[in-house]
Design a protein around this ligand. Structure first.
Ligand code: SF4
Length: 200
């Protein structure tokens, strides 16, 4: 499944390069490639783990309940980040059978695309949503809850690690409430940096 890496000069060109991608085994389980969503120059690049069923149906990442919750968080008091300032993408662009997490080889196969996508968007902050992107991009280990917060990517870009909103959708009511509170705290910190960087 080896394919040459083409350096694209725009997000649309990159999308074209990957629209029929066969670089990893996920090509066999997807019904379509779900490319990142947003505009070049968006100050925040949100990186999650994988494509869900609803994303595959709509062709947009974060189309389901986790995306709805994310939009409510972005609009919440003391966050108030416009959706146009957020770019959404995933470690891999293709859905796996049974919605399992991507394997290391699959994330590696999609890494060059992610690096190019990040360069083309050129955000001020990378927001890492969840354990797998934290591990894959920053080598994170241990408790994500205890180690949420600011990092730098190997390229020197500021990065904030927080939970994926999807993790606050299931479980006991008190655990959901607590997780939502932690996510809200994180997004207040991200919003403060966003406003500082954008000169507000
Ligand atoms: S997950 Fe990425 S590398 Fe794998 S087939 Fe899809 S686009 Fe290609």
């Amino acid at each position: 499944m080896e394919q040459s890496n083409h350096v694209a000069d725009s997000l649309d060109a990159l999308r074209q390069v990957y629209q029929n991608c066969q670089r990893c085994a996920l090509a066999a389980s997807r019904s379509r490639v779900v490319f990142g969503h947003g505009r070049p120059g968006a100050p925040l690049f949100l990186l999650a783990e994988r494509i869900g069923d609803m994303d595959e149906q709509t062709g947009r990442p974060f189309s389901g309940p986790a995306g709805d919750l994310l939009m409510r968080i972005l609009a919440a008091p003391q966050v108030e980040i416009p959706a146009r300032d957020v770019y959404l993408s995933n470690l891999v662009l293709c859905r796996a059978e049974n919605n399992r997490s991507p394997r290391v080889a699959e994330m590696r196969a999609c890494r060059e695309r992610l690096a190019q996508e990040m360069q083309l968007v050129d955000p001020q902050v990378l927001v890492i949503l969840g354990r797998l992107p934290w591990q894959h991009v920053l080598g994170g280990k241990g408790s994500l809850e205890r180690q949420r917060g600011w990092y730098r990517t190997p390229e020197g870009r500021p990065a904030y690690v927080t939970f994926n909103p999807a993790s606050a959708l299931h479980g006991e009511a008190h655990a959901i409430r607590r997780k939502k509170l932690l996510i809200y705290e994180d997004w207040q910190a991200i919003a403060a940096a966003y406003r500082e960087l954008s000169g507000d």
